[in-house]
Ligand binder design. Sequence first.
Ligand code: NAP
Ligand code: MG
Length: 498
Amino acid sequence: MSVNVLTAAIPAAVTDFIHGPHKLLIDGRWITASSEKTFSTRNPADGSILAEIASAEAADVDLAVAAARRAFEDGPWSRMTPAARAKLIWRLADALEAKAEEFAFIETLDNGKPLNDARIIDLPHSIEVLRYYAGWCTKLNGESVSLSNPGTWHAYTMREPVGVVGSITPWNAPLMMAVSKLAPALAAGCTVVLKPAEQTPLTALRLGQLILDIGFPEGVVNILTGFGETAGAAITAHPGVDKITFTGSADVGRIIVKAAAGDFKRVTLELGGKTPVIVFPDADIDRAIEGAARSIFSNAGQICNAGSRLYAHRDVFDRLVEGVSRRAGEFRVGNGLQASTQMGPVVSQEQLDRISGFIASGRSQGAEVRAGGGRIGSEGYFVQPTVLTGTRPDMDVVRQEIFGPVLCAMSYGEADLDRVAREANATSYGLGAVLWTKDLSTAHKMAKKLKAGTVRVNGGGLDPALPFGGFKQSGWGRELGREGIEAYTELKSVAMAL
Ligand code: NAP
Ligand code: MG
């Protein structure tokens, strides 16, 4: 297997943007980091340096939080009607749609994902999330409450924006992650300090340009590129930040919870997953094969909800493993700019090493490699789509989130739903679960037994209306849907004796 090298022509607007400069967005202006430090972002397809990016530290965080606070308390944002906020967010969606092709190229260059995936998944989803939450601005209501206290009372609840939000996002779907944090926060009336991941800062910065062009008031959205240990830690510890919303690893999630505990900041966490794909013998096996392969190999497995554990009934296990292994071999791996590419590189040398380490540990603990198992080429960070069998629940590859294109396939003997659910639930994570069955009774019963934030039956995909988040160590709270915007509000109760 070799890496595709032919690449699509990069539009001039993309090259111009990438050549920079890349500064911090604070209070409606692009400014250099106070330390004047920068860091490089790389193209994972060849490891080359794409751009130099301003590296924010605590002093920049102070400025950004102060700007966000002013915009929240005193600025035009605080006086804007919900309908006017909705209009601005909708205009941001329109602007993003108009520049979708440019954003798709930037995302592919910075993150490595196939251009076609950026075009048909990342951009449309980001645009839809903006439109979905634009609609919520005018619908964020409380309710009237009937009290039983002596006397005559009028009581009601209302939803108020929580305040200044610190958003810290990962590199696997950089634009989608930035937008999933910004859209509900802005719709609720909050102001934001966003720190994108150091590996993939570019689409957030380009989005910042659109936000300024459209005319969001200054200070409403501040974008601080930089490192987690400096910029991220300063945001989480800052007394001027009311809420932290974070997507990333469980380890950093724990650090954030501790940092936020000092002043009891509100915290939403979207952490990892170890999603089981459970196949019952009555399932449409061809569709299950395709679904299972896409679930783990899409975005090179760098999806918190990737279907990383396959549980198939022993009667269909061999067919499934053969099918998914065949699909693994067929997946066209290459530079994301190549039109035929179905899987790009992983994001960094660090992730390549981490994934390779997991595959080696699986092998040494007795797993059999049924497909892939190695790196492709020596340039860029390409991993083969990999299928492991002979894996047991005590192995690291089964217990930990690999965040790469590595599937652990296991079989079960009896279609005893309690037992299947127990095995599927035997993980510290609880983000998602996927079922393949034609039996409605099996589907409903299993949906109830699984300890997962999202259960999908016979299919996949994200929708802005469907809340997303995890049980157990997969996080706190939900994004998307009504819950996703309510998470950026405080509920106030008002009671009046008449
Ligand atoms: P990570 O360290 O959790 O990074 C996520 C975000 O948190 C980044 O913006 C990061 O900044 C920031 N961060 C890091 N340390 C911080 C701190 N002390 N305080 C505040 N913010 C901090 O994830 P990673 O190291 O890039 O990836 C490692 C593993 O995390 C992956 O292999 C995968 O298992 C998991 N992961 C999960 C998701 C998900 O969607 N659930 C996404 C990404 C990764 P910098 O990047 O600048 O350090
Ligand atoms: Mg990191």
